[in-house]
Design a protein around this ligand. Structure first.
Ligand code: EPU
Length: 351
């Protein structure tokens, strides 16, 4: 296994932040992961698992050993009475995998089209968009424990999925079984329903449907609609550095929601099944006047205030630093807190 030293990370994170990894190993196979854990030199070293770098803010050169997961492969594994079970290597590009499942005639992931990143990162974040979360299509995953070198398999319950949350985001003891910085995900399996139905109902999708004369879309059409909607309102990381939504949409009690409505009746809010309310963080940030603003080279995207962007040219290394991005994030948190009495939680991993 080749250990690369002093590796530029700008092309390996979608914010295009300039930083270097002191050491980086590319993990191509399960055997590489096993060998790495068996190696006495590397066993005790702190490690950071890097997928597509699409949910990451790097605030300086990275001292832990970076494990760049490049395990490939995708296949229809088996079927159950109600599902097709499809498996992909953790290093596969997520969007390409979604497109591939549709090419195989296996719908179910189309609402999650165009989310940047790799397959292995999707359970960590429990990615979600347009009414579908990863946990709705998840079957199981295989991983290796970086401390012990043991392989293990987790089902959905063991992954502890929540809104943009999982067991992989918590340290041990934090929320039951915590696997933060401990697990390297090798493969993920998805359960795609044989009785497929389009998941509509989201405002942007209903608008598309109405524009198309009310047709019930095929999975391929729905995939195209999602891609069009995302391209219209979210920046393409290939053009403008970003990590998708920078903050989570907060969930509040009915009392808190009433308090915020009293501060501004236009606040975008949705009632959840358990009686609590979800607020649109993008709206709250926008209402505080942040849309289009910048601190240094870090900015708030003009078309969607929930997304922070790198305004610097990505080619010559003069873009935003991770510090600038976090300064902007904290300034936004302060504004939203002062105006609405609510603390926004950040979404990306800060390294
Ligand atoms: N809004 C504003 N101003 C803004 C941004 C949003 O008024 O600057 C309003 C919109 O008009 C809308 C509401 O806020 O009424 C919600 O906005 P949107 O539909 O764009 O969705 P979101 O809640 O901001 C979430 C996810 C996205 C996902 C979309 C679609 C989170 C943190 N974000 O965004 O996920 O694509 O819904 O399902 O839950 C991601 O996690 O990286 C991501 C892009």
């Amino acid at each position: 296994m080749l250990v690369e030293k002093n590796v530029p990370l700008q092309a390996l994170n979608t914010f295009h932040i300039v930083a270097r990894a002191h050491a980086l190993v590319r993990v191509h196979t399960e055997a590489d992961a096993v060998a790495l854990c068996a190696n006495a030199q590397w066993r005790e070293v702190q490690k950071f698992v890097l997928g597509g770098g699409s949910n990451l803010v790097i605030t300086g050169d990275v001292k832990p050993l970076v494990l760049k997961v490049e395990i490939m492969g995708r296949s229809l594994l088996r079927e159950t009475p109600r599902h097709f079970i499809v498996e992909a290597g953790a290093g596969e590009n997520w969007h390409d995998f979604v497109a591939w499942t549709l090419d195989q005639g296996l719908p179910g992931l189309e609402n999650l089209a165009l989310i940047p990143g790799t397959v292995g990162a999707t359970p960590v974040q429990n990615i979600g968009a347009y009414g579908v979360e990863l946990q709705d299509r998840f079957d199981s995953l295989d991983a290796i424990d970086l401390q012990t070198g043991q392989m293990f398999t987790l089902d959905a319950a063991q992954c502890g999925f929540g809104y943009r949350d999982s067991v992989f985001k918590h340290a041990a003891g934090d929320k039951g079984l915590g696997l933060k910085d401990r697990a390297l995900i090798l493969r993920v399996r998805f359960a795609l329903p044989k009785a497929w139905k389009p998941v509509l109902g989201y405002a942007d999708l209903e608008k598309k449907q109405a524009e198309q004369g009310g047709v019930t879309p095929t999975a391929r059409q729905l995939f195209d609609w999602i891609c069009q909607i995302r391209r219209a309102k979210l920046p393409d990381p290939a053009q403008i550095g970003n990590a998708g939504s920078f903050f989570k949409n907060p969930t509040v009690s009915p009392e808190q929601c009433a308090d915020i409505i009293a501060r501004d009746p236009k606040v975008v809010h949705y009632r959840l099944a358990d009686g609590s309310f979800k607020l649109a963080a993008g709206w709250l940030i926008d209402a505080c006047g942040w849309r289009g603003k910048s601190i240094g080279q870090a900015g708030v995207f003009e078309k969607q205030a929930l997304v922070l962007v790198n305004r610097g040219p990505s080619a010559d290394g003069q873009g935003a630093t991770g510090g600038e991005v976090m300064t902007l994030a904290r300034a936004i948190q302060t504004s939203v807190y002062e105006r609405f009495g609510l603390r926004l939680e950040t979404e990306p991993v800060v390294l």
